[in-house]
Design a protein around this ligand. Sequence first.
Ligand SMILES: [Zn+2]
Length: 331
Amino acid sequence: MGSKRERVIPSKYIPEVGSHVETIDGKNYLIANDAMYAFYRRTKGELSEFFLALRDEKRLLGCKCSRCGLVRVPPFLTHCPDCNFAPTKIIEVEQVGVMNSTPPITHFATSLFQHIAPYGRGRVIFKGADTAMSVLLYTTTGILVPGIIKKGTEVKLVFNDERIGNVADVFCVPTSELRKAQIEKKCLLRSEIDWESPVEPKLPAASAGDVAACREILKEMRSIIDEMNRNERARKDIAGWRRDILVKTRGAEFGIRIDDGKIRFEEKGPAAPDFVMVCEDPRTLLDGLAYRGAITDSVINKKLWLSKNMEFNTIFKLDRRARSIARSKKV
Ligand SMILES: [Zn+2]
């Protein structure tokens, strides 16, 4: 008949299935075409009971084998393969556990998870369970960096105040950051934790030399900020973003105000900042703004501390801004 059915996405826009190799600096990298994500509806099936308990009752469930007694969390088996498929039954386990490995931290997440980054992702054996459950991990002490949560760290399960019945409804924080009553409380909510008063790293006392050196560095910082403000591309990078940042360094305290496309350097730091940045050497921040190394790297390398984990996002934007300036110069 020769009639052609029109596809929703024309075929020319659909990439080939397959892969190829790209060689960069003598190393081979496998490149494959993939779809980012699609919207779809799916059932949690046999795991519905587990997710409903998280969502509606703030309980953590596992399954216990009727023969060997092994407790698996989450309860992903209705019958135990170790015991010739003896039935398991649902039981509740405790909400305190121990990391069974050191969790990697995701700083640069895909667009789906950017709003919750940086986060740790690791496996926890909760009291009463024999298997480890994969959970998101955070700290209340400011930015999440390596070393805070390790293999063997005791952690507490925390529930988001709003839950939809998925694994991101819960996360863990180290019990060492909580009060006894919070650790013992079943169903601890995110809103019951103090996220606003992390302990700032202490700065060594500044010598007269430090103060003088700092003054020079800040002069340079100001001129870089002025240049950024004149650059349209750089202004776009922080359009719609507003943050009052108190910066503490050895030798000076000052403010950086991000205000919808513009940055203002302020001699006097804000009294009620959105977050605090502590970097012993002010050059760390200067170099980042000047595109001599990323500020995000300094955060990950613990040279620059942030009082709020989620403000890594702001740092990411500042880096992008520095990159825009550098690219504009190349053109
Ligand atoms: Zn068994």
